[in-house]
Design a binder for this molecule. Structure first.
Ligand SMILES: NC(=O)c1ccc[n+]([C@@H]2O[C@H](COP(=O)([O-])OP(=O)(O)OC[C@H]3O[C@@H](n4cnc5c(N)ncnc54)[C@H](O)[C@@H]3O)[C@@H](O)[C@H]2O)c1
Ligand SMILES: [Zn+2]
Ligand SMILES: [Zn+2]
Length: 391
């Protein structure tokens, strides 16, 4: 079958790969009908996360139709349309039982690298590195979904692929980012990054009670889109002093919560960017920290910094003194999708959440390399390129 594969740093192509098979009685095989690019793929393509191998199938944000199930699968049947979260959960370990699905203890068969780097390994992810299990991804005609009863969620009748595909990854991530802020009516939230994840976080923040959201990015088309579709105030960090603008917008107090939805490849201006880029290129640190530093400095005393942008290793020049002395709360993590997806699908069905506008480019699988090129370089207003392998 055809699939979009990682073939080396900055090399993506469509290749022939073997079809997946049922390997355990709890597996399902899903025919992928929509599969989106995600900012996390860029960290793989750009070579910042270790453990990729030539020929790995990319993609972890997807929806499709179940075509085959193992003998112990009970909740989904062939013919069901499902949304599958990006992390694989076993359902039985301590972490899955606590609904901390991305921390699953059983779904990463290759935990050594993470154990060395982080002390512990997290769960497996589709289309990600071999350090997270090396599960083949969803930019393919078919995908194997392990522990299908825990990981595949039926799509309510009448919803299209475009309506539900982001309920796999960007939306639960954004929801979790906002939920971690413990918002109350009247909260002011600042969000760094107006990609799909940042925009989903903004929608979630409003639904969870925020009174005002201020969204930060530099791409005019994303700022315009964000203002139009979410109602957030926007701030272009290349045109304004972000810290000053946030202070001014909050009567000197600072936002109650700051959501970081950019991650390790943050851009910034001037000396800081040159410093971060050089150190990252020389592998002296692995992350570029402009957004995290700003979030800490901007946040009001006693506020919350919620990190959903992906970081992988070490970062210096962290204002830990500001964080400690201002008594900030830090919340962060990879998304625990299984905890949110059914609730989010209900909200989509009720019309409370509609993220279809994020799918700026609908493409056949064959256009994978071009889709990634546009997404990486933010060309043609690309926010999400969504591939349709079964078309
Ligand atoms: N926690 C999770 O489970 C999870 C899930 C999905 C994605 N992610 C991560 O979320 C992040 C965003 O994903 P996405 O798909 O929206 O990516 P994206 O590349 O579409 O968007 C990132 C945005 O950040 C903006 N940006 C860069 N530097 C900035 C700065 N200094 N200030 C403000 N904005 C800045 C870019 O202009 C861009 O619009 C990525 O790091 C991705 O890996 C995490
Ligand atoms: Zn993702
Ligand atoms: Zn588990």
């Amino acid at each position: 079958m055809k699939a979009i594969c990682w073939m080396g740093v900055n090399q993506v192509s469509v290749e022939d790969v073997p079809e997946p098979e049922i390997l355990s009685s709890r597996d399902a095989i899903v025919r992928v009908t929509a599969s989106s690019v995600c900012g996390s793929d860029l960290h793989l393509i750009d070579g910042y996360l270790p453990g990729m191998r030539e020929g790995d199938v990319l993609g972890h944000e997807f929806t499709g139709e179940v075509v085959e199930v193992g003998s112990d699968v009970r909740k989904v049947r062939p013919g069901d349309r499902v949304v599958v979260g990006s992390f694989v959960g076993c359902g039985g370990c301590h972490y899955c039982q606590e609904e901390l699905w991305s921390l699953c203890d059983n779904t990463n068969p290759q935990p050594l690298l993470q154990e060395k780097l982080w002390g512990h390994a997290i769960g497996g992810v589709y289309g990600y590195t071999h350090a997270t299990g090396g599960f083949p991804g969803s930019h393919a005609e078919l995908i194997r979904v392990p522990f299908a009863d825990n990981n595949a969620f039926p799509v309510p009748d009448g919803l299209s692929d475009e309506q539900v595909v982001f309920a796999s990854d960007a939306l639960p991530t954004g929801w979790m980012g906002a939920e971690m802020c413990n918002l109350w009516p009247g909260s002011v939230v600042a969000v760094w990054g107006c990609g799909a994840v940042g925009q989903a976080a903004i929608r979630a923040a409003y639904l969870l009670g925020a009174e005002r959201v201020i969204a930060i990015d530099r791409l005019p088309e994303r700022l315009t889109m964000t203002a139009r579709h979410t109602g957030a105030q926007t701030l272009n960090y290349e045109e304004a002093d972000v810290l000053e603008a946030l202070r001014e917008a909050t009567g000197g107090r600072g936002p109650d919560a700051c959501i970081e939805a950019v991650g390790m490849e943050a851009h910034s201006t001037g000396l800081q960017h040159a410093y971060d880029r050089t150190k990252q290129a020389l592998r002296l640190h692995t992350e570029r920290g402009a957004t995290l530093r700003q979030a800490i400095l901007a946040c009001r005393k006693g506020g919350t910094v919620s990190i959903i942008g992906v970081f992988g290793g070490y970062l210096d020049k962290m204002p830990i003194g500001a964080a400690m002395n201002k008594a900030l709360t830090f919340r962060m993590g990879q998304q625990h999708g299984q905890r949110y997806i059914p609730m989010l699908l209900d909200r989509i069905a009720r019309g409370e959440i509609d993220l279809r506008y994020l799918a700026t480019h609908s493409l056949p699988l064959e256009d994978g390399p071009w889709g990634y090129e546009m997404f990486k370089h933010k060309q043609d207003g690309c926010v999400r390129a969504v591939f349709h392998p079964a078309a």
